[in-house]
Write a protein that binds this ligand. Structure first.
Ligand code: NAD
Length: 487
């Protein structure tokens, strides 16, 4: 069995070692020190998980939606009971400020379980009378689903994928990102305490190979990934051999557009939230901030003034606003982009350096960074950085900014600050993105569909729509008259 220093896999309601005994370390990004070893699942472990999830599914799908919902509800309550502990775990394993994690990670995960607990009983088909009969449809579970997570919101991602899957009668094998393997294991324990039957939720930690073993497995009906666009393409190719359905929540380079009639303080708040929350490690971030030329200087002054107040520090310190990036490797990646920004002629107005933090000497800290005078062709304006690096661009009129905002392969999110409602809706109509926030940025209520277009993904999470991606529709025709055969 797993030792105290090694966290096992979670298969069929039990902690278990990996079949080959492989492990890998997980690190505290704020110190660079290992937290513990984690069991690494290989193909044999994935096989065990698929068998367990398949067996469990036969009973789970037969329960009423109300019963399934009741268990999800209990799990949400347990998440709230263990709010502080879960928030600390996310801060420890992910480098995220403890000032954020109780709400952004734990509450949002619990909200999701609660929302789909309520939806579980509401899955309905259609009915229509026809000549000589009628038909009805049955939304049926897909079977065993795999969830593959990114490292920026580990617990929330686990909930966003698992809650709709379970509500619809599926079972789940979840693979957290290898950099943040811990919180999904704790979630599994809470599910068990809530009464979830063994095998309905399983956790197999590991790297890309573990993900591949899931994606290629013929016993798995669906894969939902949160990750990079490149990973999404690989997964779609791998899933093609067994014609699995996929939901892909991928990267972005979203525009945030601030018109001259915007409430400037709200717009600055939106830009800060959309670039520096969670150290900028958020897929929907509005990293291309288009500011109308007539308000550019005023906007920059207020922006820099407020950015200066952000405290970079130990993620476990409640006063910290900006924690550690996920790893030293990611820090180098972000610093590389900052260097490119400088080299390609963007004007650095704030940050741009590593940030030393007392007591966290081995940590991956970088200052929130603001460039202005950016142009559309610069690397920092075109590529996803996934760190606290904001690029400000000036614009003159609506048609011009719209064309420039849409000039990207990505299409995850967008934001518009203006007091002209007609213009706001016209922009929402024309922006090529899965989400458009008007006079706000980066809020993701569970009731609202979430997902990208273009190379930012396929499918939706959250809202009732998510259930469509975890069900398949069966049409049942019933004859009420004799069969007229011409033979
Ligand atoms: P990543 O693509 O490197 O990894 C994501 C997950 O996929 C990990 O669990 C990884 O082990 C697994 N994986 C990698 N290669 C695989 C393969 N070939 N087959 C199966 N699984 C594989 O992404 P990351 O670095 O963990 O996260 C950052 C990225 O995630 C950014 O691009 C970010 O925009 C994106 N993201 C998107 C959303 C969204 O909802 N749209 C949310 C958060 C993060």
């Amino acid at each position: 069995m797993s030792s105290a220093r090694t966290r096992g896999l979670w298969i069929d309601g039990q902690v278990t070692d990996a079949a080959e005994g492989g492990t890998f370390p997980t690190f505290n990004p704020a110190t660079g020190q290992p937290i513990c070893e984690v069991a690494r699942a290989d193909a044999a472990d994935v096989e065990r998980a698929v068998e367990a999830a398949g067996r469990a599914g036969e009973h789970w799908r037969a329960r009423s939606g109300t019963e399934r919902g009741r268990i999800l509800h209990r799990a949400a309550e347990l998440m709230r009971t263990h709010r502080d502990e879960l928030a600390e775990l996310e801060a420890l394993d992910g480098g995220k400020p403890i000032a954020e994690t109780p709400e952004a990670d734990v509450d949002s995960g619990a909200d999701c379980l609660e929302y789909f607990a309520g939806q579980a009983a509401s899955l309905q088909g259609e009915y229509q009378p026809l000549d000589g009969g009628f038909f009805y449809t049955r939304p049926e579970p897909l079977g065993v689903c795999a969830g593959i997570g990114a490292w920026n919101y580990p617990l929330q991602i686990a909930c966003w994928k698992t809650a709709p899957a379970l509500a619809a009668g599926n079972t789940m094998i979840f693979k957290p990102a290898e950099l943040t393997p811990l919180s999904a294991l704790r979630l599994a324990e809470l599910f068990r305490e809530a009464g979830l039957p063994d095998g309905v939720f399983n956790v197999v930690n590991g790297e890309a190979e573990t993900g591949q073993a899931l994606t290629r497995h013929p016993g798995i009906a669906k894969v939902s990934l949160t990750g990079e666009a490149g990973t999404g393409k690989k997964i779609m190719k791998d899933a093609a051999d067994t014609l699995k359905t996929v939901t892909l929540e991928l990267g972005g380079k979203s525009p945030l557009i601030i018109f001259d009639d915007a409430d400037l303080d709200n717009a600055v708040s939106g830009a800060l939230l959309g670039n520096f929350y969670t150290q900028g490690e958020i897929c929907t971030n509005g990293t291309r901030v288009f500011v109308h030329e007539s308000i550019h200087d005023d906007f920059m002054e207020r922006l820099v003034q407020r950015t200066r107040r952000l405290k970079i520090g130990d993620p476990l310190d409640p006063d910290t606003d900006v924690g550690a990036l996920i790893s030293q490797g990611h820090l180098e990646h972000v610093l590389g982009y900052i260097e490119k920004g400088r080299a390609e002629g963007a004007r650095l107005v704030f940050g741009g350096e590593r940030a030393p933090v007392n007591g966290c000497e081995g940590g991956a800290f970088v200052q929130p960074t603001i460039f202005t005078d950016c142009t559309d062709d610069m690397t920092i304006v075109r590529e996803e950085i996934f760190g606290p690096v904001m690029s400000v661009l000036r614009f003159r009129d609506e048609a011009e900014v719209l064309e420039r905002a849409n000039d990207t392969d990505y299409g995850l999110a967008s934001g518009v600050f203006t007091s002209d409602l007609t213009r706001a809706h016209r922009m929402a109509d024309n922006l090529e993105a899965g989400i458009c926030w008007i006079n706000h940025y980066n809020i993701t209520p569970i009731e609202m569909p979430f997902g990208g277009v273009k190379q930012s993904g396929l499918g939706k999470e959250n809202s009732r729509r998510a259930l469509e991606f975890y069900t398949r529709l069966k049409s049942v025709f019933v004859a009420t008259s004799d069969v007229e055969a011409p033979y």
